[in-house]
Design a binder for this molecule. Sequence first.
Ligand SMILES: Nc1ncnc2c1ncn2[C@@H]1O[C@H](COP(=O)(O)OP(=O)(O)OP(=O)(O)O)[C@@H](O)[C@H]1O
Ligand SMILES: [Mg+2]
Length: 495
Amino acid sequence: MSRPGRAPAETGEELSIAETIGLVSDAVAIFDRESRLVAVNSRFRETYRAVSAFLETGTSWPILLLEIERRGLLPGQVCDRLRLNESELLNRGLAAEPIELRGPGGASRIGMTSISTGGYAWVESATVDREGQAERQRETDLLMAKVLEACPASLTMFRIGDGQILYRTPAATELLGSARNTNEHFADRIERADFVTALLSSARVDDMRMQGRRADGRPFPASVSARVIDYRGEDVVVATIMDLTDDLEMQDELARQKDLTFQSEKMSALGELLAGVAHELNNPLSIVVGNAMILKEEIRDDRRAMRIEKLANAAERCVGIVRTFLAMARENPLELAPIDIAGLIGTARDTFLAGASDAPLDLTFDVAARLPSVLADEVQVVQVLVNLMTNAQQALAETGRHGLVSVSARLGKTRDRVVISVRDDGPGVPLDLRTRIFDPLFTTKTGGRGTGMGLALCRRILLAHGGSIRLLDSAGPGAEFELEIPVAEAPERRS
Ligand SMILES: Nc1ncnc2c1ncn2[C@@H]1O[C@H](COP(=O)(O)OP(=O)(O)OP(=O)(O)O)[C@@H](O)[C@H]1O
Ligand SMILES: [Mg+2]
């Protein structure tokens, strides 16, 4: 040990103390019997780095402790206890109980022991802070509980063996209800079996498509991902189930929009082509028609007159076709105005009846009372209705029996559209043709009886109105077309 006035490092004995404490993992400081610092090890230096200037041999205990306290390295109470312990040690040779410390960096214990040289050692060792650990565990548990409560994903945890649910987030309860077994979450038993098989073989499943079952029992399109984990010695599955209803609807809508864009591009390319052809055909056709009329008047011979008549009829049909093509190509600008639905349907009926053939047909009309006006180009929408009624009549004519065509109008669910339906009890549209009937030039009518432009034109007119037209998937016989036309005034402004 050092003696007063001599540097401790001058003797071999003191050097060996420094060496010895250097081997220890605890923080150790050695003081002589005059309470002066003899040596500290590197761990002590590290712990009390903030007072490193005072960790020199010869620094007196009260000064070192004062600096440690001043810089907040140890709380005042602890420093007081250390002072007390030191004087007990020196004066009465009594070693006090070690002082337990708990701080953010962990727990430790400071013991003071007298040593054979007459001085004493400060030994500070890290301890396990059980109380702190328990508290941290409680905090972690609380955090986990909060995270899972707020977790927007539908997450469940269940035993792989029997499907018994151990935990589920509130979001899962909302989507899937509070069934006790995960089997209830699957609407299809085979899909459930596939899911379990996949889990058993690779302990994970990613984005498997399935039909889930909602809390109210309704099935819904879903995607399930899962992992098998070990929980308290058991194989447990943690799974998330995602409701894909909205995503799929959006995909369908995108596909529909894409199809519409494709159709309208096709129409405009076709329009340009048709405009040119129709324009060129118009002049020679008018010569054919004009001359046929003159010949009809001049020729008295019945047989020849019949031939001329056939010629004239065919030429008239060609004129009709050319006119349709030109109408398609011209893209008549819309003349929108608020139109009364009952009036519009009345005009369509009159126009249809004026041009209709004598095929046996019952026409019924059912227009809901107090329908709001639609914002429409009356001439064009009448054209659409006449086209649909003509198609219905032609379809019925093929059956050779008395048919029924009903036209009805009502307000749409969202109240911002009027829905008009044109329905017949004819043969209907075969399943494999349903996606094609709105294509330009698609027709099943042979012998030049159809151009296949009617429905394409109808669709174009309705899209220009911000409306729509579709063939309903009706199970029964006949075909039903449904049109939607925006109302003239927003629903909230109507009383
Ligand atoms: N009410 C209906 N019942 C059964 N099939 C229909 C009906 N309406 C349309 N179709 C089918 O859709 C096809 C296309 O109709 P679209 O009106 O576009 O052309 P088209 O009637 O054949 O010819 P166009 O109208 O140009 O004279 C028809 O050929 C027919 O096969
Ligand atoms: Mg038609």
